[in-house]
Write a protein that binds this ligand. Structure first.
Ligand code: FAD
Length: 460
């Protein structure tokens, strides 16, 4: 009999198992494929390995200070090999962590038979065992959501599941979807010299981000030579002729030739092994319905991460693991969705938290906005990467930080400072009163906070 059984070993599930075991709970984890889940194996980490390598290649190729640039070549096999080594090392790390915490790991597909009882499939290494546990956490994650008329053949038409292992440089790629994953992949393809077109149904890419971030990103995307087809939908894909047929909002059709189609149309929750209607488990659309403590409607059954809906991000899954385990241990705390940072590693880096300017206004806040362009930041200039800005949205009277949006170098790291300040209920003033090291891009955060008060030093 276990105190806790977790189904799914991604950043939600394995973190929940470690936290449970650290708190003294006898813990089991069931994983059907690979520990680390989407994040370590086919998501966050693989994309970032590729991102940093193609960035290096591109910087070297375009550097005015390096000679011999003409002969520079990218070895895609070496790049994919390095990515695999990084993934192996991190998955190995998770395996060791679980072992050291004495978590019993079962390889196989877990099926929730009833609250507290999980069957591990017959064919698995765990050999058809049934596990009993006082509490169960469902952390089964997500998979690519592919429109019904699109067939993923793994060659001409791929999702990131195949693309991140490919050693082929496509000449022409059509990326379907201008969301985070689509724009990250478009950047990678463009930097390995593919011709890239992004087709997005909505009028803009990265629809959930602040308008100023979107407009800088759209400009940079176009400067990078990535074509955008906005307000357009894919109607048909022909592998034989190597064509993608798209239509605009007036039904005007156009075809794009390509040798690769990357489908990045979102992610769908994985509910294999969770027969919701049999169990009487309440769903919210395709996701498992949870309350603020990650509890489902079934006693002792929790759901976390992508399968529980909300923003589909690894750190959100891990944070929900903490909330669920805390609740099992009798402590009640909840997550504030407004304090979950969002990051994009695209043609430009983005780090954002909280409300966009439009959302803050819609929510009825009286706001003041402070901005600072990276063109006036010494560190960004030294890096030869001074496109971007920091934007801070604060409640006009109190200085409560409602949203911070950073686009430019190191944005994904810098946003952590804003998250920490917001978590500690600091105000905009706190973002400039804390001394920033020089020369760093963090000074732009300080300047944007000063600008919020009309006091920016290095801004005309
Ligand atoms: P998952 O990581 O999907 O893990 C679920 C696990 O459960 C899987 O290992 C699966 O095999 C297992 N499982 C499912 N059903 C069963 C069952 N019945 N029995 C046993 N095991 C089961 N997020 C970020 O924060 N930053 C990024 O940079 C980022 N980049 C991404 C890039 C790409 C290309 C993709 C696809 C995603 C990216 N994400 C990123 C999102 C991130 O990967 C997910 O939000 C995160 O992995 C969700 O964690 P999870 O634990 O909920 O699920």
């Amino acid at each position: 009999m276990y105190d806790l059984a977790v189904i799914g070993g991604g950043p939600g599930g394995y973190v929940a198992a470690i936290l449970g075991a650290q708190a003294g709970l006898k813990t089991a984890l069931i994983e059907k494929k690979a520990l680390g889940g989407t994040c370590l194996n086919t998501g966050c980490i693989p994309t970032k390995c590729l991102y940093y390598d193609v960035q290096l290649y591109n910087n070297a190729k375009n550097s005015e200070s390096l000679s011999g640039r003409e002969g520079l070549e990218l070895d895609l096999s070496a790049l994919v090999y390095r990515k695999r080594r990084v993934v192996e090392s991190l998955v190995g790390g998770v395996t060791s962590l679980l072992k050291s915490r004495k978590v019993d790991v079962y390889s196989g597909t877990g099926k929730l038979l009833k609250p507290g009882t999980i069957a591990v499939d017959e064919d698995s290494e765990a050999g058809g065992r049934t596990l009993e546990a006082s509490s169960v956490i469902l952390a089964t994650g997500s998979k690519p959501a592919v429109p019904g008329f699109i067939h993923i053949d793994g060659e001409f038409v791929q999702t990131t599941d195949q693309a991140l292992d490919s050693t082929r440089v496509p000449k022409k790629v059509v990326v379907i979807g201008g969301g985070v994953i689509g724009m990250e992949m478009a950047n990678i393809y463009r930097k390995i010299d593919s011709n890239v077109t992004v087709v997005e149904m909505l009028p803009d890419i990265l629809g959930t981000e602040d308008k100023d971030v979107r407009s800088i990103m759209a400009r940079e995307v176009q400067n990078a030579g990535i074509a955008l087809q906005l307000g357009a939908s894919v109607q048909e894909i022909s592998k034989d002729s190597g064509e993608v047929f798209i239509a605009d909002q007036n039904g005007q059709r156009e075809k794009i030739n390509c040798d690769l189609v990357l489908v990045a149309t979102g992610r769908a929750p994985v509910t294999t092994g969770i027969p919701a209607s049999e169990l009487g488990l309440k769903m919210e659309g395709p996701f498992i319905k949870v309350d603020g403590f990650q509890q489902t409607n079934l006693t002792g059954v929790y759901a976390i991460g992508d399968v529980a809906g909300g923003v589909m991000l690894a750190h959100k899954a891990s944070a929900e693991a903490e909330v669920a385990v805390d609740h099992i241990l009798g402590q009640k705390r909840t997550l504030d969705p407004c304090k979950i940072p969002r990051c994009i590693w695209g043609v430009a880096e983005v780090g954002a938290v909280g409300l966009s300017e439009e959302e803050a206004k819609e929510a009825g806040y009286s706001i003041k906005v402070g901005t600072f362009p990276l063109s006036a930041n010494g560190a960004a200039q030294s890096m030869n990467s001074s496109v971007g800005m920091v934007k801070i949205i604060g409640e006009a009277e109190t200085g409560e930080i409602l949203g911070v949006h950073i686009i430019g170098p190191h944005a994904t790291d810098l946003i952590a400072e804003a998250v920490t300040t917001m978590t500690m209920e600091g105000a905009v003033e706190d973002l400039y009163q804390a001394i920033k090291p020089h020369p760093t891009v963090s000074e732009a955060v300080m300047e944007a906070a000063l600008d919020w008060n009309g006091l920016a030093i290095h801004k005309l």
